[in-house]
Design a protein. Structure first.
Length: 573
C-alpha cells in the first residue's frame, strides 16, 4: 500500500474493533508524515517518539504529561497534586521517575468523566527501531498491550522493521503476532509526495527521468530539493536566461544526487551484457575519469536531454559540489555568463542567396524521397535550418507540416519498439528550436503520431502475450508508466479504453490450474485498471471491471475462482 493511505487507515481505526495496529515501512517512505497529518487534525491523540528511549518509565511519563497537558488547566489541579505526591515536584526531569499504567488509567478515565469526553484516545508510538538498546522490544509490546486494555484507549505502533538489529528481528516477529491486532505494510510512497517535496516546477522537469528507476524512499527527492535550493541561493536568481535555464540546473542537480544516493556513485545503468560493444563502452567511461562519469550521467540518467548542451560545462562542478561541498563560485558564474552571452550565428550565414536556395531545395528533395534509413533527429535539424532561411527570404518551403509528417510516416521512420519506454521514442524539443515556431509545431505533430503508434503497438503486444499465455510483464509496465502521457488526450484515451474493454480488460481468468506468471499478470492488470481510473479521473471504471468478472458464468460455479478473486481484489490496495 502507499503512504498516503495511512490517513484512511487511522480515520477508520478510531471506530474499528481493532485496539492495537502496526504500521511498518522503510525509512523515508512517508509513514511519519501522514501520521503527523492525522494527529494535527485530531485533538484526541498522543504522539510518543521512542527515539533514544531507555526504559518503560520514560515512555509512561511522556504519556502522562501528554494527557495532563491536553486538559483545561482548571480541571487538572487535583491531578497535579496527585502527581506531586508521586514525584515530589511537578517541574522536574521526566527521567528516573516511576509512574504506573494504573495511574494513567485513573487520570484518563476521571478526566473523561469530568470533561464529558466520549472520544477514544489514540496513542501513537513512533520510531520503534530507534529506541535505545537498553529498552527491550518485549517491554514496548508489554506497554502497548497494557494500555490497549484501558477503556477508550487505542494504540498505533509505527516502525521500520527492516532496520532492526539482527538480534531484535526474531523477537519483533514473535511479539508482533501476539500483541498486534492488525499490521499494515507501507511499500510505496504517495504518488504526490515527490512533487510536494520538490515543488511543481522542479518535478515537472525531472519526473520524466524518474520513470525507469525505483526509489525505495523519498530521501533522493528531499536531498535534490535541498541541493537545488543551496545552489540557487549561492549563485543567485539572476543567473537564468533562455540559454542557461532553470530546467538544466534542476536536471544536473538531480542526476548528481541520484548517482550518489541511489547508486552509491556506481555506473549501474551501463548494460552488463559481456559483448564487445558494451565492454568497450564501460571501459571508455571508466578510463575517462570524471568527464566519463559526467557523460554517463548525461546519457543514462538524463537520457541525453538538456535545453542547451553548452550547460554541460557546469556538470562536473555541480557533481563535485554535491559530493564534496567544494566549489568555486567565481568559476561557476563565469561559465554561466559565457553561456548567457553566446550568440549563435545563423547556419550558412556567409552563403549567397543562390546557395541558400540550393540548400532549401536539397532539403525539400530529401524529405520528398526518404529512404527510411535516415535519422529523425538529422531530418529535424535539416528542416529547422531550411525553415529559418525560408522565413529570412520570405519564400515558401512548398511542403506543409502535415505533408512532411505523412512522408515520414510512409517511409517507416517512426520505428516503434514496445520493449522500450515511450520516452525513448519521443523527439526531444531542443532549446535551439525554441524560436522556430514551425519546427516546434512539427515536433509536436511527430510526437503525437509516435504516441498513437506506440500505444497501438503496445496494446497489440499485450493482446499477443495474453493469447499465447506467455505473460511478459514488461509490456504492462510500459503501459502503466505511460498513462500520464495521455491524461489530457481525450481521443487517444477513448481509443485505449475501447480497446481494453473489447479485449475483456486483458484479464486472464484465474480458474482451474494457473501459473505464477498468469497470477502476476492478474495482479498487474488489476493495478493497471485502478491506475487508469485514478490518473484519468474516471468514475467507476474499476468497478466496471469487477462487475465484468463477477458476471462471468464460470464465476458463479467456480469456488476456487471466487476465492482467488476475493484475495486479488482485497490485497491489491
Amino acid at each position: 500500500m502507499k503512504a498516503n493511505e495511512v490517513l484512511g487507515i487511522l480515520n477508520q481505526f478510531i471506530d474499528s474493533s481493532y485496539q492495537k495496529i502496526l504500521i511498518k515501512g522503510n525509512w523515508g517512505i512517508g509513514k511519519t508524515k501522514y501520521v503527523s497529518d492525522f494527529i494535527k487534525s485530531h485533538s484526541n491523540t498522543c504522539y510518543i517518539s521512542l527515539f533514544g528511549k531507555r526504559d518503560v518509565n520514560s515512555i509512561i511519563q511522556e504519556i502522562y504529561f501528554s494527557i495532563i497537558e491536553s486538559a483545561p488547566r482548571g480541571k487538572i489541579k487535583k491531578y497535579i497534586s496527585v502527581f506531586r505526591e508521586k514525584m515530589n515536584t511537578f517541574d522536574i526531569s521526566y527521567f528516573g521517575v516511576s509512574l504506573s499504567i494504573p495511574l494513567i488509567e485513573n487520570i484518563h478515565i476521571t478526566l473523561n468523566k469530568e470533561l464529558h469526553r466520549k472520544e477514544t484516545l489514540i496513542i501513537v508510538f513512533d520510531d520503534l527501531e530507534r529506541r535505545h538498546e537498553e529498552l527491550d522490544i518485549k517491554e514496548v509490546f508489554g506497554v502497548v498491550d497494557s494500555l490497549s486494555k484501558i477503556e477508550k484507549i487505542k494504540i498505533v505502533l509505527v516502525a521500520a522493521s527492516d532496520q532492526f538489529e539482527e538480534k531484535d528481528k526474531g523477537t519483533f516477529e514473535k511479539y508482533q503476532e501476539k500483541a498486534i491486532d492488525r499490521t499494515y505494510k507501507i511499500e510505496k510512497f504517495a504518488d504526490e509526495a515527490p512533487m510536494q517535496i520538490l515543488g511543481e516546477s522542479v518535478w515537472e522537469v525531472i519526473e520524466i527521468f524518474t520513470e525507469d528507476f525505483k526509489f525505495s524512499n523519498l530521501r533522493t527527492f528531499e536531498k535534490t530539493s535541498l541541493f537545488i535550493k543551496e545552489v540557487i541561493q549561492t549563485l543567485g536568481e539572476d543567473i537564468f536566461s533562455d540559454l542557461f535555464t532553470r530546467a538544466d540546473l534542476y536536471r544536473m542537480c538531480f542526476a548528481s544526487v541520484f548517482f550518489v544516493v541511489e547508486h552509491n556513485s556506481e555506473m549501474k545503468l551501463i548494460i552488463s551484457d559481456p559483448n564487445e560493444k558494451d565492454a568497450t563502452m564501460r571501459k571508455a567511461f571508466h578510463s575517462a575519469g570524471e568527464s566519463g562519469i559526467v557523460e554517463y550521467l548525461y546519457r543514462y540518467i538524463l537520457k541525453s536531454s538538456m535545453d542547451n548542451l553548452m550547460s554541460k560545462s557546469l556538470f562536473p562542478h555541480i557533481k563535485s559540489w554535491y559530493e564534496t561541498g567544494s566549489f568555486t563560485k567565481s568559476e561557476l558564474v563565469s561559465l554561466i555568463t559565457s553561456i548567457n552571452n553566446y550568440k549563435e550565428e545563423p547556419h550558412n550565414f556567409f552563403s549567397s542567396e543562390p546557395e541558400i536556395l540550393a540548400i532549401i531545395k536539397n532539403t525539400r528533395e530529401q524529405i520528398t524521397y526518404l529512404t527510411g534509413e535516415e535519422d529523425i533527429e538529422y531530418i529535424i535539424n535539416k528542416l529547422s535550418n531550411a525553415f529559418e532561411w525560408c522565413e529570412v527570404l520570405c519564400i515558401d518551403f512548398e511542403i506543409s507540416n502535415d505533408e512532411i509528417v505523412k512522408l515520414l510516416e510512409n517511409s517507416n521512420l517512426f520505428k516503434i519498439d514496445t520493449t522500450k519506454s515511450l520516452y525513448e521514442h519521443k523527439v526531444v524539443k531542443y532549446h535551439r528550436f525554441a524560436g522556430n515556431e514551425r519546427i516546434m509545431t512539427l515536433i509536436n505533430q511527430i510526437n503525437e503520431i509516435i504516441k498513437s503508434k506506440y500505444f497501438t503497438g503496445l496494446l497489440n503486444q499485450i493482446d499477443i502475450e495474453l493469447k499465447k499465455e506467455t505473460y511478459n510483464k514488461s509490456f504492462l509496465k510500459h503501459l502503466n508508466d505511460s498513462l500520464h502521457y495521455i491524461k489530457d488526450d481525450k481521443s487517444l484515451r477513448t481509443l485505449l479504453l475501447k480497446r481494453i474493454s473489447a479485449s475483456d480488460f486483458f484479464f486472464p481468468i484465474p480458474s482451474n490450474k494457473i501459473s505464477d506468471s498468469q497470477w502476476d499478470w492478474c495482479h498487474l492488470i488489476n493495478n493497471l485498471l485502478k491506475e487508469i481510473e485514478h490518473q484519468w479521473n474516471l468514475s467507476n471504471y474499476y468497478e466496471e471491471f469487477k462487475s465484468y468478472v463477477y458476471d462471468l458464468p464460470i464465476y458463479k460455479s467456480d469456488k476456487l475462482l471466487q476465492h482467488r478473486l476475493k484475495y486479488l481484489f482485497e490485497t491489491d490496495r
